[in-house]
Write a protein that binds this ligand. Structure first.
Ligand code: MLT
Ligand code: MN
Ligand code: ZN
Length: 306
């Protein structure tokens, strides 16, 4: 099973268009060592020809251009993207759907809650019905019973969505009344060798079933949004804490580093990294601390084979 990180940044990307925080300003001026990153998305395939796009970021066109495997050029109109699967209804994970409008109806795997948000607060499915349309495929979520799906046309991979605590988007009626299905994590299994990836770009709280999924995985690719809870506030960028946005920060007691330290076997990688996060500066103490804990930082174009 091949996994390509198409985009490793959180909403806004890195550098963010209007931001002059130390990281964004530093990468523009070349005064820090850092890699530019597009917004959060991965692609998964068994044969390298047929891919499931997981999250459709606003940067999808640039991501496809940077990833030749996604455009095999077999006929006049073509794509290697067989289906799209969504982890939530946030702008950085869904608005790329609009850029796929010239194609065939998009097989779209998402939960009932995400479908509702995409039919009301951010009605992309209605807009797309005037273009390619979407072929709705429901992702069922249940803490106690795993619902596993296979995507027709994509062999030897199964997908299990797990409900988790993060945040529905600000335009969702459930922003302050969360329910299962607003946000999910995915256990993605190579059904030939049993190897598993756990993917959760938004993860606010580690519930027992999530810890179990992370233990089961050979690789975890998880929320790396912010280093500290009050990072955006301290930098004067926003009034929101990491918790307000549904993201578990890396540092401090109960933070992601501590959680990942408790896992023995999997390869550990952070994704969905906000432009304010000091780990983006490759020479920072924070990046060095992650390295000491055997935690990697995803970058655009990173490939994971499982
Ligand atoms: C989030 O992950 O919290 C959102 O994507 C933030 C945003 O895009 O504004
Ligand atoms: Mn996001
Ligand atoms: Zn910034």
């Amino acid at each position: 099973m091949k996994v390509i990180v198409l985009g490793s940044a959180a909403g806004g990307g890195f550098p963010q268009w209007n931001c002059n925080c130390p990281n964004c300003d530093g990468i523009r001026k070349g005064t820090i060592q850092a890699k530019a990153r597009t917004q959060s998305s991965i692609a998964v395939s068994d044969n390298g020809t047929d891919w499931v796009l997981i999250n459709a970021s606003p940067d999808i066109l640039a991501q496809i251009k940077a990833t030749p495997a996604l455009q095999p050029g077999r006929k006049l109109r073509d794509t290697a993207i067989v289906a799209v699967m969504l982890m939530d209804a946030q702008i950085d994970h869904v608005t790329g759907l609009l850029m796929l409008r010239e194609g065939k109806p998009i097989p779209l795997y998402c939960t009932a809650s995400v479908w509702e948000d995409l039919s009301t607060g951010l009605p992309l499915t209605k807009v797309l019905s005037h273009y390619c349309g979407v072929d709705r495929q429901e992702l069922l979520v249940d803490t106690n019973n795993a619902h596993t799906v296979q995507v027709p046309g994509v062999t030897n991979i199964s997908f299990t969505a797990l409900p988790l605590k993060s945040k529905a988007p600000p335009y969702s009626p459930r922003r302050n009344a969360p329910g299962p299905g607003d946000n999910v994590g995915l256990l993605i299994e190579n059904t030939v060798n049993g190897k598993k990836l756990f993917y959760a770009p938004g993860l606010g709280e580690i519930e027992p079933h999530i810890m179990n999924a992370m233990r089961e995985a050979d690789c975890v690719l998880v929320d790396g949004t912010l280093w500290t809870d009050d990072e955006m506030i301290r930098l004067g960028l926003s009034k929101k804490t990491s918790a307000d946005m549904g993201h578990l920060p890396q540092s401090g007691p109960g933070g992601m580093i501590e959680i990942l330290d408790a896992l023995e076997s999997p390869r550990k990688i952070l994704i969905h990294i906000n432009n304010s996060n000091p780990i983006l500066n490759e020479n920072s103490d924070e990046a060095a601390m992650l390295a000491r804990h055997d935690i990697e930082i995803a970058f655009d174009g990173m490939e994971i084979n499982l």
